[in-house]
Design a protein around this ligand. Structure first.
Ligand code: NAD
Length: 271
C-alpha cells in the first residue's frame, strides 16, 4: 500500500466497536496495523471482539462505556492514554434505533412516544457529541486527529417509520460539519471530522424489518432493493475502504463531508 494510505501504529477508538459495522471496521483497521480500542456497553461482547482481533495478530484493548456518560468516557480516555499515549482516530459507530421511536404500520405520528424519541436522539446525537468532546480534546492538544461519524440514508429524504432515528442522524450530520469547522479554525488543519452514510446493510437492528424467517425479503426489503441501483444490500466489509481513506494522509484536505456508501440509493430518483 502506498505511504499515503499507511495507517501503521495509529491508535483508533471505535465506539460501538463490538457491533456489526464497528466490529467489521475494527478488524479491517487492525489488519492495516492500527491499534484498536473497543468501547461498547457490555464487557462480554467487548472481550470477545478484543480476543478475535488478537487471535488474528492485531493489538487491541477494550473498555465498557456509555457514550452518554461523560465521566465514564473521561475514565476511558485516561485508561487509553495510559496504555497507548495518544488517540489518532475516533469512530463514533455507537448508535441505532429503538421500537418506541418508530411509527409502526398501524400507527401515525400522533402515536409517537416522546420519551423514546428523546432516547434515540440522545444516543445518535449526544452519543456522538460527547465522545467527540472527550477524545477530540485530546486531539486538539496533539494538534492532529481524525473523527468519523456514522450517518444514514434517513437524513436527506424521508424514510417511513423511523422518525426519531432520522431526526437524530440529521442533527448528527449537521454536528459533523460544525465540528469540522470548529477543529480546523481553532486547532489547525490536521484535525479532520467527516462522516460516512451507509446505505442498507442487514444487521442486528434491521434484520427483522428487511428479511423474513426463510431469508426472503419483506415488502420493505424489496422496496429498498427496487430503489438501490446496484440491486442488493451492502456487505459490512464494503465500508472499510472509505474508512481507511478518510483516516489516512490521502484525505488530508477533506473535512466536513459525508460519504454515502449505498449502491447508488441516494443518487437515484426511483424513476
Ligand atoms: P449494531 O447495533 O450492531 O452496533 C451498535 C453498537 O453500539 C452495539 O454494539 C451497541 O452495544 C453499541 N451501543 C449502543 N448504545 C451504546 C451506548 N450508550 N454506549 C456504548 N455503546 C453503545 O449496529 P450497526 O448496524 O453496526 O450500526 C453501527 C452504526 O452505523 C450506528 O450508528 C447505526 O445507526 C449506523 N448505521 C447502520 C446502518 C445499517 O444498515 N446497519 C445503516 C446506516 C447507519
Amino acid at each position: 500500500m502506498s505511504q499515503q494510505f499507511n495507517l501503521q501504529e495509529k491508535v483508533a477508538i471505535i465506539t460501538g466497536g463490538a457491533g456489526v459495522l464497528g466490529g467489521t471496521i475494527s478488524n479491517s483497521l487492525s489488519k492495516a496495523g492500527v491499534k484498536i480500542i473497543i468501547l461498547d456497553r457490555n464487557q462480554d461482547i467487548i472481550d470477545a471482539k478484543v480476543k478475535e482481533i488478537k487471535n488474528n495478530g492485531g493489538e487491541a484493548i477494550g473498555f465498557e462505556t456509555n457514550v452518554l456518560d461523560k465521566s465514564t468516557l473521561e475514565k476511558n480516555r485516561d485508561a487509553i492514554l495510559d496504555h497507548f499515549g495518544k488517540i489518532d482516530i475516533l469512530l463514533n459507530a455507537a448508535g441505532g434505533n429503538m421500537p418506541g421511536a418508530t411509527i409502526g404500520p398501524d400507527q401515525t405520528i400522533f402515536d409517537l412516544k416522546m420519551e423514546d424519541f428523546q432516547k434515540v436522539t440522545d444516543l445518535n446525537l449526544n452519543g456522538t457529541v460527547l465522545p467527540s468532546m472527550v477524545f477530540g480534546e485530546v486531539m486538539s492538544k496533539q494538534g492532529e486527529g481524525c473523527i468519523i461519524n456514522f450517518s444514514s440514508m434517513t437524513v436527506d429524504r424521508a424514510i417511513t417509520r423511523v422518525v426519531g432515528y432520522s431526526a437524530s442522524k440529521a442533527a448528527m450530520e449537521n454536528f459533523t460539519r460544525w465540528m469540522s469547522v470548529e477543529m480546523a479554525t481553532k486547532f489547525g488543519g490536521k484535525i479532520r471530522v467527516n462522516a460516512i452514510a451507509p446505505g442498507f446493510f442487514i444487521g442486528n437492528q434491521n434484520r427483522r424489518l428487511l428479511t423474513n424467517e426463510d431469508g426472503s425479503y419483506t415488502d420493505r426489503g424489496n422496496t429498498i432493493i427496487t430503489n438501490t441501483p446496484m440491486k442488493r444490500f451492502g456487505e459490512a466489509e464494503e465500508l472499510n475502504g472509505a474508512i481507511h481513506f478518510l483516516c489516512s494522509e490521502a484525505a488530508s484536505f477533506i473535512t466536513g463531508v459525508v460519504i454515502p456508501i449505498d449502491g447508488g440509493f441516494s443518487a437515484f430518483s426511483g424513476v
